[in-house]
Every structure is written in structure tokens, then in C-alpha cells.
Design a binder for this molecule. Structure first.
Ligand code: HEM
Length: 155
């Protein structure tokens, strides 16, 4: 009886040791994507819509004549669609971003570091308003920050 228990617990121990790395790898693979943690496309479109609604009429950004001209020419719903599909794709969602590249899109806008900072400030306010958790906020800000080099072209 004791031998049987010792044998079976030995087998269990070996199985545990051998099985553990596989189990951890499966756990890691099953981590929800940022897209899933944000709640999917519906909440993403709500946050993006609010963000565009505060960005487009912002006086500090529109003091730049190139930004002002473009925001009058380009419909806000179009920007909402493009930015939503970009965020969906960049966070691991099922969308495919089919808009233009960030360098090409913003090249004529002469966006300065202070205008970039203003955009980040407005983005943070919108994330806070929607109570996006701190970790997810950081990940979204890192995605936005990764485009800075292509978008900020003036001093
Ligand atoms: C200060 C920062 C920014 C300003 C003032 C700004 C402004 C604009 C404006 C005015 C347009 C329309 C341009 C045109 O079609 O002639 C545009 C397009 C767009 N922007 Fe930005 N933008 C900023 C940052 C960003 C960031 C951080 C992202 C995403 C990470 C982004 C994503 C897009 C996308 C996806 C489009 C549409 C591209 C297309 O037409 O295919 N923008 N932006």
C-alpha cells in the first residue's frame, strides 16, 4: 500500500515536473491581447470617437495653419474609422489597417513637439474619462509613442 502511494506520487511528481513548462507556455499563450483587455471594437470606437472629437476643435492644435486646413478638409468620421481600425489592428484585434502610413499622412502638417505633447495630454484625458486601467493606458501610450518619429516633423 505504502509502496503503491510512493510509486504513484513519484509518477505524479515526474508528470508535474515534466508537464509544468508546457502548462506555463499554454498559460502564456492564453494571455488576452490588449484588444481583448480593452473590451474589443465597441469600446475602442467609443474612446477613439471621443478622442477625435476633442482633438479636431482644439485651439492649440488649430493655431498651426496646416493642421487647421486639414481638419476642415478631412471629415472627422473618416478619421474615426481609420484610427479605430489602426488601434484595433495594433492591439491584436481582427481588423486590417488599410489607411496611409503615418509619415505620408502627417508630412504636410508640420507637427511640432509641443503639438505632440498637447495631443498626448488630450489622449490621456480621454483614457481617464473612460476609466481605461493604468496598464492598458501605458500600452496604448507606448503604441502612440512608437509613431512619434514619423509624425513630429517640425521644431
Ligand atoms: C499632434 C498629433 C496629431 C495630429 C495634429 C494629427 C492630425 C491629423 C490630420 C489633420 C489628419 C488628416 C490628414 C490628411 O488627410 O490630409 C490625420 C490623419 C490620420 N492620423 Fe493623425 N494626427 C496626429 C497624430 C496621430 C497619431 C498619434 C495617430 C495614430 C497613432 C494618427 C493617426 C492618423 C490616421 C490613421 C490618419 C488617417 C490616414 C489616412 O488618411 O489614410 N494621428 N491626422
Amino acid at each position: 500500500m505504502l509502496h503503491a502511494i510512493a510509486r504513484s506520487s513519484g509518477v505524479a511528481l515526474v508528470a508535474l515536473l515534466l508537464g509544468a513548462p508546457t502548462a506555463w507556455a499554454e498559460d502564456a499563450a492564453a494571455q488576452p491581447t490588449l484588444y481583448e483587455r480593452l473590451g474589443g471594437l465597441a469600446p475602442i470606437t467609443v474612446v477613439v470617437s471621443d478622442f477625435i472629437d476633442v482633438l479636431v476643435p482644439d485651439p492649440q492644435l488649430n493655431a498651426n495653419p496646416a493642421i487647421d486646413e486639414a481638419r476642415k478638409r478631412v471629415p472627422a468620421p473618416y478619421l474615426k474609422y481609420r484610427v479605430s481600425s489602426m488601434v484595433c489592428a495594433a492591439t491584436g484585434g481582427p481588423c486590417i489597417y488599410q489607411g496611409r502610413g503615418m509619415k505620408e499622412t502627417h508630412a504636410a502638417l508640420n507637427i511640432s513637439p509641443s503639438e505632440w505633447e498637447r495631443m498626448v495630454e488630450l489622449f490621456k484625458e480621454v483614457l481617464a474619462k473612460h476609466q481605461v486601467p493604468a496598464a492598458e493606458q501605458q500600452e496604448l501610450l507606448a503604441i502612440v509613442d512608437s509613431t512619434r518619429g514619423d509624425i513630429v516633423t517640425s521644431r
